[in-house]
Design a binder for this molecule. Structure first.
Ligand code: NAG
Ligand code: NAG
Ligand code: NAG
Ligand code: NAG
Ligand code: NAG
Length: 277
C-alpha cells in the first residue's frame, strides 16, 4: 500500500516537473481561443426563461464561469481527447435569447462535429450563413429555435451531415430544396417539418441513399409523391402529413411506418389512390 502510494506520488511529481501528459486519461486543456469563442458566443445572447419550451430547460452556459478554465469540462461541451479541440456544443433548451449573425464567434469553432441549439429563441434572425464554415459538422439541430427567413445555401456545403433538423420553425423558407440537399448525401435524418418548401420533391432525393428518417410534414409540398421515395434502401420513417397539395400512390408492398393524412388510414387499403383534392 505505502509503496504503491509512494510510487504514485513519485510519478505524479515527475509528471508535474516534466509538464508532460502523465496518463492517457489526462487530456489537453481546451484551447484558449476556443474558450474565448465560447464565452463571446454566450455573452452575445441573453438568458430568458421564456426562450425554451422544455420544462427541464435551464441556462447551461451560465454555469460555465464556475466550471474552471478547461472548457472541455463545461456543461454542453465535448472535446477531442487528443487535441483538446471543441467537437460538440449542445446548448439545446438553454433559455438563450437574441440574434446570431455570421460574425458570431461560434463560427470559429471549426472542429465542431455536433451543434445543437434547439429549443431556444433566436429572435427571428436568419440562420447564419457562417454555419457553412463548420465543415466537420455531422449533426446540426436548430429545431424550434425561432429562426426565420431563407435557409442559407451554405448549409449545403456541410456534406458530412448525417443529421439535420430545422423543424418547427415559424417562418423558415427553403426556396431551393434541391440545392440544399444535393450535397448532403450522407444524411440519415432529415427533419424539415413546418419549413416552407412549396415545391415538388426533387428527384435528387433518390441519391440520399442513407436516409432513414424523413420528416417533411407541413411543408407545403406540391405535386406527386415520387414512388422512389419508398425504394430508398434505408428508409424507416416517413412523415409527409399535412401537405394539402401533395398527391400520390402508396405502393402495394411497403413495410415502413408512414404517417399520412389521417383521413386515409388505415393503411390496409394501400392500393388506394390518396389524393386530396
Ligand atoms: C430582436 O429583433 C429585433 C428586430 O430585428 C431587434 O430590434 C432586437 O434588437 C432583437 N433583440 C435581440 C435581443 O437581439
Ligand atoms: C452581428 O451581431 C453583433 C452582435 O452579436 C453585432 O454587433 C453586429 O453589428 C451584427 N452584424 C451585423 C452585420 O448585423
Ligand atoms: C433536435 O433537438 C430536439 C430538442 O432537443 C429534439 O427533440 C430532437 O429529437 C432533435 N432532433 C434530432 C434529429 O436529433
Ligand atoms: C458540394 O461539396 C463539395 C465538396 O464537399 C464542394 O466543393 C461543393 O462546392 C459543394 N456544392 C454545393 C452546391 O454545396
Ligand atoms: C445522383 O448522384 C450521381 C453521382 O453522384 C449523379 O450522377 C446523379 O445525377 C445523381 N442523381 C440525381 C437525380 O441527381
Amino acid at each position: 500500500m505505502g509503496c504503491s502510494l509512494a510510487l504514485t506520488l513519485v510519478s505524479f511529481l515527475i509528471c508535474l516537473f516534466q509538464f508532460t501528459p502523465c496518463a492517457s486519461s489526462v487530456h489537453p486543456l481546451c484551447r484558449s481561443d476556443e474558450r474565448l469563442a465560447l464565452l463571446l458566443f454566450k455573452d452575445s445572447l441573453s438568458v430568458n426563461k421564456e426562450a425554451s419550451a422544455d420544462p427541464f430547460a435551464y441556462p447551461k452556459a451560465d454555469g460555465w464561469k464556475f466550471q474552471g478554465v478547461d472548457c472541455c469540462y463545461w456543461d454542453g461541451i465535448e472535446c477531442d481527447h487528443n487535441t483538446g479541440r471543441v467537437t460538440a456544443l449542445d446548448l439545446s433548451s438553454s433559455c438563450l435569447y437574441g440574434s446570431i449573425n455570421s460574425t458570431s464567434s461560434l463560427f470559429r469553432l471549426v472542429h465542431l462535429r455536433k451543434l445543437n441549439l434547439a429549443d431556444n429563441d433566436f429572435n427571428s434572425s436568419e440562420i447564419p450563413s457562417g454555419l457553412g464554415n463548420l465543415l466537420m459538422l455531422t449533426y446540426l439541430n436548430l429545431s424550434n429555435s425561432v429562426f426565420s427567413g431563407e435557409i442559407p445555401l451554405q448549409i449545403s456545403w456541410l456534406s458530412r451531415l448525417t443529421s439535420l433538423d430545422l423543424s418547427n420553425e415559424v417562418d423558415l423558407e427553403c426556396p431551393d430544396f434541391r440545392s440544399l440537399i444535393q450535397n448532403l448525401t450522407s444524411l440519415k435524418h432529415l427533419h424539415l417539418s413546418r419549413v416552407i418548401v412549396s415545391s415538388p420533391l426533387p428527384s435528387i432525393l433518390v441519391n440520399l441513399s442513407s436516409l432513414s428518417t424523413l420528416d417533411l410534414s407541413h411543408c407545403g409540398l406540391l405535386g406527386e409523391l415520387p414512388t422512389y421515395i419508398f425504394q430508398l434502401p434505408n428508409i424507416q420513417f416517413l412523415d409527409v402529413s399535412n401537405n394539402l397539395h401533395l398527391t400520390g400512390t402508396l405502393p402495394a408492398t411497403f413495410s415502413i411506418l408512414i404517417h399520412w393524412n389521417s383521413w386515409m388510414l388505415p393503411l390496409a387499403n394501400s392500393e388506394d389512390r390518396c389524393h386530396r383534392r
